[in-house]
Design a protein around this ligand. Structure first.
Ligand code: ATR
Length: 275
């Protein structure tokens, strides 16, 4: 019998770590599956997805630039995907419906809690950025009931848009929008969700947002310390994390959805860190 088939779809896709992560999960758990990378043409994501599932494919991960398209294409969305406005996980439900989920926020929260022992309840969190990456994680962050989430962005209107969107699920959390220069008090946790590091840029936040116990998390991951984390280290922050753990944890959540099995993530994070 052929192995069950999974893949990650993006453009470009050659750099993706997902095939490596999922094959490590599969060998660790004894699950029989094959996981490949598919580069979809920019103008035919839908055709690529349809073809994959028609060939008997079991599940897809979706990455840049197709996460919003995956969300739109689905017949059905989980609640967290609905709020995220983007999907990174697709599968066919038992009723035969193309179903979209988003495991990014769960991946972030799990990485913080399980790998870095950072709990969010009652904490003051500064989130930098208001694009797709931030929208994707806000629901699960708010579900942890921090005392405040301040979303700071270059384009303040985008941050305000996210506040309006997430206000109904904010519960006891104070949710605010502002520009980068505005916050001037220390936060418990600062999450960089901008793509500024890609251009070697730094969101121009005041060093006053850093206090004695501030933890810094850059959702980006690269071999070298990210520009933002470098800045944080220079400000004296000692607990500085990048997005590698989030990447592995979001993959683990997809694996669980598809296979009903929870892989151990620690050994996989360690392996990737040393690749
Ligand atoms: P993603 O899916 O990575 O979130 P996006 O939706 O294009 O991509 O959002 C990118 C985020 O990084 C936005 O918050 C963007 O700020 P704007 O909304 O003002 O565009 C932010 N960003 C990108 N480049 C930046 C830079 N050089 N400095 C500061 N913020 C930047």
């Amino acid at each position: 019998m052929n192995n069950d088939l999974y893949a990650v779809v993006g453009n470009p896709i050659s750099h993706s770590k997902s095939p490596r992560i999922h094959s490590l999960f599969a060998s660790q758990t004894g699950e029989q599956l094959e996981y490949t990378a598919i580069q979809a043409p920019e103008d035919d994501f839908a055709g690529t997805v349809t073809d994959f599932f028609q060939r008997g494919g079991k599940g897809l991960n979706v990455t840049v630039p197709f996460k919003e398209q995956a969300w739109k294409l689905a017949d059905r969305r989980t609640e967290r995907a609905e709020l995220a406005g983007a999907a990174n996980t697709l599968y066919i439900s038992s009723e035969g419906l193309l179903t979209a989920d988003n495991t990014d926020g769960k991946g972030l929260v799990t990485d913080l809690a399980a790998n870095h022992y950072v709990t969010l309840a009652g904490k003051r969190i500064l989130v930098l950025g208001a694009g797709g990456a931030v929208r994707g994680v806000l629901g699960p962050l708010l579900a942890e009931q921090p005392s405040a989430v301040v979303i700071a962005n270059r384009t303040v209107a985008r941050a305000e848009g996210l506040v309006a969107l997430f206000e109904p699920v904010a519960g006891p959390t104070r949710l605010e929008a502002c520009g980068f220069e505005q916050p001037s008090e220390p936060f418990d946790l600062i999450i960089n969700g901008t793509s500024a590091s890609l251009q070697g840029d730094l969101p121009p936040v005041s060093a006053n947002v850093i206090g004695a116990g501030t933890i810094v998390y850059d959702m980006m991951y690269s071999l070298q310390t990210t520009t933002f984390n470098q800045w944080a280290l220079e400000q004296g922050v000692t607990r500085v994390f990048d997005g590698l753990g989030m990447l592995v944890e979001q993959a683990a959540e997809s694996f669980r959805i598809w296979r009903g099995v929870s892989p151990q993530t620690r050994p996989v994070i360690d392996k990737l860190r040393n690749d």
